[in-house]
Write a protein that binds this ligand. Structure first.
Ligand SMILES: Cc1cc2nc3c(=O)[nH]c(=O)nc-3n(C[C@H](O)[C@H](O)[C@H](O)COP(=O)(O)O)c2cc1C
Length: 192
């Protein structure tokens, strides 16, 4: 999708915006404005959250932390798939322009923690849609590195009190994938 057609997305109704947002795998190297990201994060927090626990934590990563996490990830890939795969992955991760890491607060009550994770996912979806509305694409990633202790060290987060929701990469889309979804009837059961 060209810049022009991405910006046309911002005039979409909410229904059209929800349908049009796609996970973006290739970004240009242009960085969206700082204010745009802050505004999107601020609005994203208006997600439903049971008991108003506000369980989300957002880590906005600068280049040094992004590089550190990219190298941690490459180490994991190297152990599993070898040097070439690790280098390819490193190149891809280094090409990601904007980086956010999202975590959720742990709770000793598993039911509460599950609901808090649901709330975090609502906040992330808000974020992805708000970014898309502003012409910014994103990708939610839950790769293995996001479960690793050194990842939490890199964030300065305590894995005993927070768990990972994922990395959100963002930037301007180089291309927007086309996707079809099954008919609503596959998911809907209407009852008397
Ligand atoms: C919880 C969650 C984790 C995801 N993790 C990854 C991931 O690790 N790698 C990836 O390529 N996509 C990941 N995705 C994106 C999905 O693959 C993507 O949403 C799906 O293919 C549907 O495409 P769409 O986002 O364009 O609708 C994740 C999505 C969610 C909701």
């Amino acid at each position: 999708m060209s810049d022009k057609s991405i910006h046309e997305a911002s005039s979409l109704t909410l229904s059209a915006l929800v349908r049009a947002r796609r996970t973006i795998h290739e970004f240009t190297n242009e960085m969206p404005p700082r204010e745009l990201i802050l505004n999107a994060l601020d609005a994203a927090r208006w997600a439903p959250n049971h008991h108003r626990t506000e369980p989300w934590r957002f880590y906005w990563l600068g280049p040094a932390t992004a590089e550190h996490i990219s190298l941690l990830n490459a180490d994991i890939v190297r152990r599993k798939s070898g040097e070439d795969a690790a280098n390819a992955k490193l190149r891809r991760w280094r090409a990601m322009p904007g980086w956010l890491a999202v975590t959720c607060l742990r709770n000793e009550d598993p039911a509460r923690e599950r609901e808090d994770y649901a709330a975090c996912c609502c906040a992330v979806q808000n974020l992805l849609l708000l970014l898309w509305e502003a012409g910014v694409g994103s990708k939610w990633s839950t790769g293995k590195v996001t479960q690793a202790a050194p990842y939490f060290d890199a964030l300065g987060a305590d894995p005993k009190t927070e768990f990972s929701v994922g990395i959100i990469w963002y930037g301007y889309a180089e291309a927007v994938p086309v996707q079809a979804r099954p008919a609503l009837a596959t998911a809907l059961r209407e009852l008397a």
